[in-house]
Design a protein around this ligand. Structure first.
Ligand code: ZN
Length: 362
């Protein structure tokens, strides 16, 4: 995420702090100072803020470590003023796993609150149910309240809160994933609308949360739609079937000719029935510049190109294509070259298929 700095690396996961989170801390310090608090009180304020910060990190590690149990790695954890974000490598496909991963965050806060309640009771603090507060206000009491609030806030059944994922996971056990997401996203937006409406009458903070929830729901619905529209689709449907191949013994001038007279920008280099590599437009240009027009394809091509099986689905391939050096992958069927797959192809395929899908939400 932009505007964030790495502050720690815990259990192999980078923890980042977003610039806006430090603004929140500064704001708390400023309001403590402007209320005429002493240095000791301001220091206590800082300790309190750092403790909240630690609770948010633990919340995110609840998600990350539960995901790890299901074999899903976490790229990083970023702290924002509205909470933390653990960027998982992917979301679990099994609704039950998603449910556990989503619940693990708020569960950590409940756990922290429970431990603090035990400690506070042990040191003689009493909770007054009539006043709904602790007998003495101190760090423990504040942190218990914060952790209960964190758990409750995150369980609001709306994206991007954990509650949205809980709702989606529960729905997905009974129906298809895209439909579950659609219902969960709409529920979240309805809730955002109500929040915003209530906020209109006096609480601007509620309106801020409402906007945040609204955008989160819309984004979740959009990414899920894009993913599900790719996941069920075999590579065969989006690959180029009419394509030009080139032999490793030909000169790059021949390739340049193909570039000028056709639309293809990447050529599979084929010898017999074997795919040796891929020759891209950039390879042709740099070979001509560095070695002249007589340079051979075999010296200019990219070797060790990953290939794709024609039965694979686009969802998995897209990630590999992002990571691959080459922007084109040969598609093989029983070892035979049957097509090539490029980013442009997939993008084109998506444009065409979503043009149809947008007319009727599933
Ligand atoms: Zn969470």
């Amino acid at each position: 995420m932009r505007w964030s700095w790495k502050i720690a690396n815990i259990l192999g996961i980078g923890v980042y702090i977003h610039a806006t989170f430090s603004l929140l801390i500064l704001f708390i310090l400023y309001s403590s100072w402007s209320q005429g608090h002493t240095m000791a009180q301001a220091a206590a304020g800082v300790v309190f803020v750092l403790s909240i910060f630690a609770c948010v990190v633990l919340h995110e590690f609840g998600h990350a470590l539960t995901a790890r149990r299901f074999g899903i790695r976490t790229r990083d954890i970023t702290l924002l003023p509205i909470g933390g974000v653990a960027r998982l490598e992917r979301m679990p496909r099994d609704p039950k796993q998603e449910l556990w991963v989503a619940l693990a965050g708020p569960a950590v806060n409940v756990g922290i609150a429970a431990v603090l309640v035990l400690v506070s009771t042990a040191i003689g603090m009493r909770f007054d149910w009539r006043l709904f507060s602790w007998s003495s206000s101190n760090l423990f009491a504040g942190l218990i309240e914060i952790n209960v609030a964190l758990a409750l806030f995150n369980l609001i059944p709306a994206f991007p809160m954990d509650g949205g994922r809980v709702l989606r996971a529960l729905l997905a056990m009974r129906m298809e994933y895209p439909r579950a997401t659609w219902i969960a996203a709409r529920t979240g937006q309805a809730l955002a609308f109500v929040l915003g409406f209530v906020g209109l009458f006096g609480n601007p903070f509620l309106m801020f949360i409402a906007l945040f929830v609204w955008l989160g729901a819309a984004q979740e619905a959009a990414t899920t739609q894009a993913r599900s529209s790719l996941d069920g689709i075999p590579v065969q449907r989006a690959m180029l079937k009419n394509f030009q191949t080139i032999s490793p013994d030909e000169s790059v001038t021949k390739a340049a000719e193909y570039l000028l007279t056709g639309w293809q920008k990447e050529f599979p280099v084929v010898w017999g029935s074997q795919v040796l590599g891929i020759l891209t437009r950039e390879d042709v240009i740099s070979a001509i510049r560095e070695r002249g027009p007589e340079a051979l394809v075999r010296d200019a091509m990219q070797r060790n190109v990953q290939s794709v099986g024609s039965h694979e689905t686009l969802g998995g391939i897209l990630r590999r294509l992002h990571g691959a050096k080459s922007r084109a992958l040969p598609v093989l069927h029983h070892g035979q070259l049957v097509g090539i797959l490029t980013m442009e192809n997939i993008a084109e395929f998506l444009r065409i298929s979503t043009a149809g899908a947008h007319r009727s939400p599933r």
